[in-house]
Write a protein that binds this ligand. Structure first.
Ligand SMILES: [Mg+2]
Length: 176
């Protein structure tokens, strides 16, 4: 393999590697956020905050958002899901900004989220359950990225295919 190919492979792997890998959003350490001076949180919706397309808000989830807001964090849900009243309802319940119908990992949706939050990438962390949408998109714009394990096993059929690729990437990262 030429050294050029090696360099390219390394940087692609860097873009696919989260800054932090945890089990659930509730495991996000406040010390980790503080050390990095993170003030804004962009989070995925399906399989990160709620099971896929199950838009009921658990009390634990509402409490988590409450405590983030009380600690001064700004929050935004960034989802590729199509606009739906139930999703708007979730964002109202959680008192958070919302962008629906995004196409992660395309950068302009992340930049729009940063604009709405009035935040710089280095003070923002992107949380999600998918490497090729949440982690990749967040890393491309220079945010911190947090990968969580998906909540349920139900998901969009296209996502299932991407999971096979994710498995390969995670194997290379040494996390499975
Ligand atoms: Mg998701």
């Amino acid at each position: 393999m030429s050294s050029n190919t090696q360099v390219r492979r390394r940087s692609i792997m860097q873009l696919l590697t989260p800054s932090l890998h945890i089990e659930t959003i509730y495991d996000l350490p406040s010390a980790w956020l503080k050390e990095r001076a993170i003030t804004s949180i962009i989070t995925d919706l399906d399989n990160t905050l709620v099971p896929w397309r199950d838009y009921r808000v658990a009390e634990e989830l509402a409490d988590w958002f409450d405590s983030l807001h009380r600690s001064g964090f700004k929050t935004l849900i960034l989802t590729n899901a199509r606009p739906a009243p139930t999703i708007v309802e979730v964002s109202h319940r959680l008192n958070t900004e919302l962008i629906v119908g995004a196409r992660k990992p395309i950068s302009r949706f992340f930049r729009r989220a940063l604009e709405l939050l009035d935040s710089k990438p280095h003070e923002t962390c992107v949380i999600g359950d998918q490497i090729f949408t949440d982690v990749l998109g967040g890393n491309i714009v220079g945010c911190h990225t947090v990968l969580v394990e998906r909540i349920g096993h139900k998901e969009f059929v296209g996502t299932k295919f991407m999971r096979l690729l994710e498995k390969l990437v995670k194997r290379r990262m040494g996390t499975v």
